[in-house]
Design a protein around this ligand. Sequence first.
Ligand code: ADP
Ligand code: ADP
Length: 228
Amino acid sequence: MIRFNQVNKTYPGGFLALKNVSFQIAPGEMAFLTGHSGAGKSTLLKLISLMEKPSSGTIHINNQNLDNVGYRQVPYMRRHIGMIFQNHNLLMDRTVFDNVALPLIIEGYSQKEIRRRVEAALEKIQLSDKQKCFPYMLSGGEQQRVGIARAIVNKPPILLADEPTGNLDPKLSLDIIKLFEEFNAAGVSVLIATHDLGLIARMRYRTLTLKSGNMITDGIVDGLHSQT
Ligand code: ADP
Ligand code: ADP
């Protein structure tokens, strides 16, 4: 489903952000991606979501080699990937409903279908009663859940999250991860970039660790020990 083979990423200016990175995430798998600030986590997610291109190596998403994806196909490929950001990127002048509806409007769904899907997504994140609110009326945790609803409303098979719990306390962070677990249980592949090692240690999921652009470990993190 996600496959990196000896991927290098050099940014303009010559900075080598990813070095010879290889790994696979199977369909329906859930994993964490960790490493210090600057280790290359966001870069790796941007390569998956076609926001950046690798400098060398190959990336397959859903068995499609991204080298063969022309720019016209990029929007189509991105529909298969839900992205969640730390600062959730909600439109502050639109209601919760309209924020969540955005991906469906872009895809040209009917009004009726949009209403049905947005209501189902809001129910899943337990914010049905806030659909007419504007984001500033919501707490940080609620805003993050709206960002998640927007990412999953068109049912992508892959969910990527970049520091989704960065601004949240441990209890709310766990709630967010539980939501990801629900999508994962429904068959969605989930990759969560975070430097919250406490959260990772509690969850016992596969964890990919980047250090200065190198993938240094891949396995279950158990307290301070890691094994592959
Ligand atoms: P992380 O998400 O782990 O903090 P990033 O992938 O954001 O790491 O960044 C990895 C390295 O690549 C950092 O040193 C960063 O400064 C550099 N970098 C990221 N984006 C760019 C860019 N667009 N141009 C140049 N350097 C970049
Ligand atoms: P259906 O088409 O089966 O009636 P809906 O479109 O009503 O499903 O959505 C059902 C729920 O599943 C919604 O809350 C939606 O947010 C959630 N969901 C979104 N993406 C996915 C996914 N990839 N896998 C499973 N459930 C998802």
